[in-house]
Design a protein around this ligand. Structure first.
Ligand code: NAP
Length: 246
C-alpha cells in the first residue's frame, strides 16, 4: 500500500520517518511512504488519481485540497482544513483534520479540564490556529486571536496589561521559532506573564523554543508541540488502519 505527504516543501519531513517506522514495527513490508513536493495546487488531482491509499497534507494545501475531496469529516469541515486523506473507493477520497485531535489530547493531558483557563489568546490566524480555536471553543474557552495582520481580534501592539492578565492560556500557532530561525518568537509582553499562565507552543522543532524559555522565565507553565505532532500522526494512522483493515 502506498502513502505520502503532499506539500510545497516536504524534503525535511517527520511523517516519512514516523510512518516508515510504523510500517516496519507492524510487519507491513509492502507499505511505502513518499514525499510529494507539489509546486501548484492543480497537481493534486493527478496525485489523487495515482494508487495511493492514504495521504498527509501540509502547508500550504490544508484548505485548498478540500475542493478535490468527495467527503469531509464534520470537524475538518468546521475547521476548514484537512491534513489526512484516505481513499474510500477507487475514485473517492475523504479528508480529516487530525491536528485538532492531537492538540486536544495533548492540552488535556497537560491541563486538567478543571484547571483549564476560561480565556485564551491564540497567536496567529492560519490553519493550525483554526484547529486550536475549534478545540478551545468546544471546551467552552473564550478565544481572542492575535494577528500580525488584520485577521484577528488583537495585534501584538495592542496587547494590554488587562488583556494578558485575564487570558491565562496562550498558544503560539505561528511558525516563529521553528528551525532554522530559532531566535525568532512572537512578540508578546512576557513581563506580564505569571504563574497562573499556561503557554503552549505548536512549534515542535526545537522542542524547547525561545518563546517557551522566555515564558517559563516569567513564571508560566509551558508545553511544546512535540507531543501534539506524535498524537496527530497516531490519529492519522488509526484512520488509515480502520479504513484499510490492516
Ligand atoms: N505540533 C504540531 O503537531 C503542529 C501541527 C500543525 C502545525 N504546527 C506548526 O504550527 C505552525 C503554523 O502552521 P499553520 O499550518 O497554521 O501555518 P499557516 O497557515 O501558514 O499560519 C501561520 C500563521 O502564523 C502567522 N505568522 C506567519 N508568519 C508570521 C510572522 N513572521 N510573524 C507573526 N506571525 C506570523 C500568520 O497569522 P497572522 O497573519 O494572523 O499573524 C499565519 O497565518 C507551523 O510552525 C507548523 O509547523 C504544528
Amino acid at each position: 500500500m502506498k502513502f505520502g505527504l503532499i506539500g510545497d516543501q516536504v524534503s525535511h519531513s517527520f511523517s516519512k520517518d514516523y510512518f516508515t517506522a510504523k510500517f516496519a514495527a507492524s510487519g507491513l513490508d509492502n507499505f511505502s511512504y513518499e514525499l510529494l513536493s507539489v509546486p501548484k495546487i492543480e497537481h493534486i488531482s493527478d496525485i489523487l488519481r495515482q494508487d495511493f491509499f492514504g495521504l498527509n497534507v501540509t502547508k500550504p494545501y490544508k484548505s485548498a485540497v478540500m475542493q478535490y475531496l468527495n467527503q469531509i469529516d464534520t470537524d475538518a469541515f468546521a475547521i476548514g482544513a484537512v491534513n489526512t486523506l484516505v481513499r474510500t473507493d477507487r475514485f473517492s477520497w475523504k479528508g480529516f483534520n487530525t491536528d485538532y485531535i492531537g492538540f486536544e489530547q495533548s492540552l488535556l493531558t497537560w491541563v486538567s479540564i478543571y484547571d483549564l483557563p476560561k480565556k485564551a489568546l491564540i497567536l496567529g490566524s492560519g490553519g493550525a490556529s483554526k484547529a486550536v480555536n475549534h478545540v478551545l471553543s468546544g471546551l467552552g474557552v473564550e478565544v481572542g486571536i492575535v494577528s500580525s495582520g488584520d485577521h484577528g481580534d488583537y495585534t501584538y501592539d495592542n496587547l494590554t496589561e488587562d488583556l494578558v492578565r485575564s487570558h491565562h492560556l496562550i498558544i503560539n500557532t505561528t511558525p516563529l521559532g521553528m528551525v532554522p530561525k530559532t531566535a525568532e518568537y512572537p512578540p508578546i509582553p512576557f513581563n506580564l506573564l505569571t504563574s497562573k499562565h499556561w503557554v503552549y507552543d505548536l512549534v515542535y522543532n526545537p522542542a524547547n523554543t525561545l518563546f517557551l524559555t522566555l515564558s517559563q522565565q516569567a513564571g508560566a507553565r509551558v508545553k511544546s508541540g512535540l507531543e501534539m505532532l506524535y498524537l496527530q500522526a497516531d490519529y492519522a494512522w488509526s484512520i488509515w488502519k480502520s479504513y484499510g483493515k490492516f
